[in-house]
Write a protein that binds this ligand. Structure first.
Ligand SMILES: [Zn+2]
Length: 192
């Protein structure tokens, strides 16, 4: 889904791990949830089916109790999905922090790196190569933050490995992938 803030910014909710989306729970519900988690750990039966059912009950309860919230990254307006027909909007006071919904771990949150190169530029793209730093951590060089666009493969490849090594050493990535003409050249993911 996506919707437009009054400032004109379009807010998309079509992928996971969004830095401007979060969840809100009432204090009236918190202890019930903690009790149910305790029960799931302590009182579920011994079999793997029992454990799976207990885990599913917790997931279902979490999706019932948590209300989805969004923050506009342009103006800081807050939106709460309270199961009303439309989202409820709240305007921030002066100097609003527009990053209220980023991970509680801040720049230590483990994010993603994606890089892709295509010899033939598709209609919907403006460059052959793109490098996405989807972490909350900046690159030391400062040149590899956000989304970089590339017109030669060697530079993209070099920047990708530099960014990968830097962020992997800082323990702030969970997944990284480099593709060239739809073929995976490099991929790395955190061991669970
Ligand atoms: Zn806005």
């Amino acid at each position: 889904m996506n919707f437009r803030c009054e400032c004109g910014q379009r807010i998309h909710d079509t992928t996971d791990y969004l830095s401007y989306k979060g969840y809100l729970m009432s204090d009236q519900d918190q202890f019930d949830l903690l009790d149910k988690i305790d029960d799931a750990i302590e009182k579920s039966g011994p079999s793997s089916t029992d454990k799976e059912e207990a885990a599913m009950r917790i997931r279902s309860l979490i999706s019932t109790l948590f209300k989805t919230v969004y923050q506009c990254s342009n103006c800081g307006n807050f939106f709460i999905d309270n199961n009303h027909p439309s989202l409820e909007m709240f305007r921030g006071a002066n100097q609003v922090n527009k990053n209220l919904l980023v991970s509680a771990l801040g720049d230590k949150w483990r994010g993603f790196i994606y890089a892709e190169w295509k010899d033939k530029i598709p209609d919907w793209q403006t460059s052959n190569g793109t490098l996405f730093n989807e972490t909350n951590s900046s690159s030391l060089t400062g040149q590899l933050d956000g989304n970089g666009k590339y017109s030669d493969w060697e530079t993209l490849e070099q920047d990708y490995y530099q960014l990968f090594n830097e962020l992997k050493n800082k323990n702030v990535i969970r997944y990284s992938q480099l593709k060239k003409n739809y073929t995976v050249i490099h991929s790395w993911s955190l061991q669970k």
